[in-house]
Design a protein around this ligand. Structure first.
Ligand SMILES: Cc1ncc(COP(=O)(O)O)c(C=O)c1O
Length: 386
């Protein structure tokens, strides 16, 4: 064996995710798992049936086209028009990916050179740091601070330097639940145009904004030609295991990202792509019901956490609620989360894993509320035992 570490230096420190550790802890202890963000109920039966039908009808069982099946690309383009008034050519401006995760990875690998800087708001979703690292680029975190986690736009302007290539944005934001306002998006767009930056937007929670509407950055002046907008079927349709995602962008940006994507998975989830095309065309009532259901669950779990003594940062979007455990006399989210299954039969995630600056989120803990109502009621009951 050669005398050097097997894992390359770029991936040092990324070996295990907290979600695997916490989900294993939940399985071992029988605790209710409010750690990882997956629903405990599948999406609409008619969409599951559409997937089964596609398999049985022999649609998508062999390699689908590299950019995604035409039905899904068309449905994505229609979705962008129906919800946001944006028009994208399904033939050159839409790319289907293996979840949002691959869209993010392919975008970073395609658009970055070693030494480029990427600005992202921390806490950030865990794949961002790893994908930026795999591309050999450097991340520049800007910290969103409690209690409202609004972005500091002056700090953003100051952080942009000669090596800044790209902004990587996520709204509605996991884990804080922050949803960017029109004013914030406008200011970010003006900076991107003035400083000639590319922007990649992770909008997987686009239909889970409760207190204000989600607005895609690419709708703002000057942004269409510089923005890659990413979403996925995971959160909107409660099929996280299907790994069907997509992105919309200019033909030039799509061509660049597709170049990287074709050597990652080439294609995936053939039959599921037909089913997701059908899902994207569901009537507005489906989306309204999903949002109303999760809003009620947000309120249920938030109230339970507040009653148990947590400081609760009420999320404006996503299906996560970030809390602070300092009022409980706790100092460390990791220790708290590792002990929580024993103490009251619950699993949560320490937000410190989402920060480069470990002190910034040391006492924050995230709970997912994309679970059945009876499960959340049981969780609230157990919180009473703290
Ligand atoms: C912010 C964010 N982006 C991307 C993803 C991954 O999406 P997908 O399952 O479609 O790859 C998640 C899943 O938790 C997420 O929270």
């Amino acid at each position: 064996m050669q005398d050097r570490p097997l894992l390359n230096r770029r991936l040092e420190g990324f070996s295990t995710t907290i979600f695997a550790e916490m989900s294993a802890l939940a399985a071992r202890t029988g605790a209710i798992n409010l750690g990882q963000g997956f629903p405990d109920t599948d999406g609409p039966a008619q969409i599951a049936e559409a997937a089964a039908r596609a398999v049985m009808d022999g649609r998508g069982n062999q390699y689908p086209p590299g950019q995604g099946v035409p039905e899904l690309r068309q449905a994505v383009a229609e979705h962008q028009r129906r919800w946001y008034g944006l028009s994208f050519d399904p033939d050159g401006e839409v790319l289907v990916t293996a979840g949002a995760t691959e869209a993010i990875a392919a975008s970073m690998l395609a658009l970055l050179e070693p030494g480029d800087e990427v600005i992202a708001f921390e806490p950030f979703y865990d794949s961002y740091a790893a994908c930026i690292a795999m591309a050999g680029a450097e991340r520049v975190p800007l910290t969103l601070r409690a209690p409202d986690f609004r972005p500091d736009l002056d700090a953003l302007a100051d952080a942009i330097g000669p090596r800044t290539r790209l902004l990587l944005l996520n709204s509605p934001h996991n884990p804080t639940g922050m949803v960017l306002t029109r004013e914030e998006l406008t200011a970010i767009a003006e900076l991107a145009v003035a400083r000639d930056l590319l922007v990649v937007t992770d909008e997987v929670y686009e239909h889970l904004a409760y207190d204000r509407e989600h607005l895609p950055l690419s709708a703002l002046p000057g942004m269409r030609e510089r923005t890659v907008s990413i979403s996925s079927a995971a959160k909107t349709f409660s099929f996280t295991g299907w790994k069907v995602g997509w992105l919309t962008a200019s033909a030039e940006l799509v061509a660049a990202v597709r170049t990287a994507k074709q050597f990652l998975t080439y294609v995936n989830a053939g039959p599921f792509q037909y089913a997701v095309a059908e899902a994207l065309r569901l009537p507005e009532g489906y989306f309204a019901e999903l949002r109303a259901d999760l809003r009620a669950k947000r309120d249920l779990l938030s109230a339970g956490l507040a009653d148990a003594g947590f400081e609760v940062y009420r999320p404006q979007g996503t299906y996560f609620v970030t809390t602070d455990i300092a009022p409980l006399g706790e100092r460390d989210g990791f220790a708290f989360c590792r002990a929580l299954p024993e103490r009251c039969g619950l699993v949560a995630v320490p937000n410190a894993v989402f920060y480069d600056d470990p002190d910034a989120g040391r006492t924050q803990v995230r709970f997912a509320f994309c679970k059945r109502k009876d499960v959340l009621e049981a969780a609230v009951d157990r919180l009473g035992g703290l």
